[in-house]
Design a protein around this ligand. Structure first.
Ligand SMILES: NC(=O)c1ccc[n+]([C@@H]2O[C@H](COP(=O)([O-])OP(=O)(O)OC[C@H]3O[C@@H](n4cnc5c(N)ncnc54)[C@H](OP(=O)(O)O)[C@@H]3O)[C@@H](O)[C@H]2O)c1
Length: 275
């Protein structure tokens, strides 16, 4: 054991643990992003965020265990657990209840677990940071899973002019459109793209694009009627969809912006006192 140094150790007995619950987890970008932000704000060591590889069959046991670790402050929740974790929590924010999924959980001092979903707000904040407005925009959304639901609610909440839902399983897109219009009755919702519709924004909120041989969520003909194409997929950073859109002269917005825009919101929800 070396002599104590002048600078305090990064990790001490007082460190509070944050996690990323996902499977697989090795490719995840959030641990590095969270660590960079904690260091930048002088909170690394007070908190540390660790990847927690959690197979689906282990989720219930993992959550029960984390609930009992008194210096566990919370976790980011990623695929495939965002929906499955909901019934294991004690409390949901209104946003999480509407979407039916969470992407961050906080452990309160009494062991209660509260969840919220920041994907939608993160997506809109990422667009805003890049200079793109949602208010008044005609939008096309591919997908009807957790990310799509969060984004649909956020686009409607931020005043998009219209929202067209498309999905491989159309019944899920219809159900999502019903849920969103129940909260935002003035939203002009459409259930199919039609030739001639022009979009200010087309969002890929499916998981297509993670593999290079995936089919494309939007045909080239749709890209040609669109001003800005945005991704949810984080890895690769430039999906085939974005490369194709860019080659056709369409503006693009990558999936990483959505994640980086919500990292501060996630840490704050977990009780990190960022200044
Ligand atoms: N950047 C970020 O911060 C961020 C945050 C959240 C999520 N994401 C990314 O967003 C993507 C979606 O995540 P999620 O949680 O919403 O997943 P999810 O709930 O599993 O939903 C997946 C969606 O993709 C569609 N889909 C899957 N395979 C397809 C295929 N072969 N052909 C056509 N459609 C297909 C599904 O259609 P069906 O309904 O027909 O099954 C569904 O609409 C993932 O890539 C995830 O990594 C990024």
């Amino acid at each position: 054991v070396s002599e104590p140094s002048a600078t305090p150790p990064d990790i001490s007995g007082a460190t509070r643990i944050l996690g990323l619950i996902a499977d697989p987890v090795a490719q995840a970008r959030s641990p590095a992003m969270a660590t960079a932000l904690l260091r930048q704000r002088g909170r690394f060591g007070a908190f540390v965020l660790l990847p927690m590889a959690t197979p689906p069959a282990a989720l219930t046991d993992v959550v029960a265990g984390l609930r009992r670790i008194t210096n566990f402050a919370g976790a980011i929740v990623s695929m495939p657990h965002k929906t499955a974790i909901v019934p294991l929590l004690d409390e949901l924010t209104p946003a999480a209840a509407r979407v039916g999924a969470v992407n961050v959980v906080r452990r309160d001092p009494d062991g209660r677990l509260a969840g919220t979903v920041l994907d939608g707000e993160g997506f809109v904040a990422g667009l805003a940071a890049a200079g793109h407005r949602v208010n008044g925009a005609a939008c096309l959304l591919a997908g009807a899973g957790g990310a799509a639901a969060a984004i649909a609610h956020a686009l409607a909440a931020h005043g998009c002019a219209s929202l067209t839902f498309v999905n491989r399983t159309p019944a899920k897109a219809e159900a999502l459109a019903r849920r969103v219009t129940a909260v935002h009755p003035r939203l002009a919702a459409r259930l199919a793209d039609a030739q001639g519709h022009r979009y200010d924004l087309a969002v890929n909120a499916t998981s297509l694009g993670m593999r290079p041989d995936d089919p494309l969520p939007f045909a080239d003909e749709v890209l040609d009627r669109t001003r800005l194409v945005a991704e949810c997929v984080v890895a690769p950073e430039t999906t085939v969809l974005l490369a194709r859109a860019r080659a056709r002269g369409v503006a693009v917005h990558g999936g990483l912006a959505m994640l980086s825009a919500q990292m501060e919101l996630m840490l704050r929800f977990m009780g990190v006192d960022l200044v």
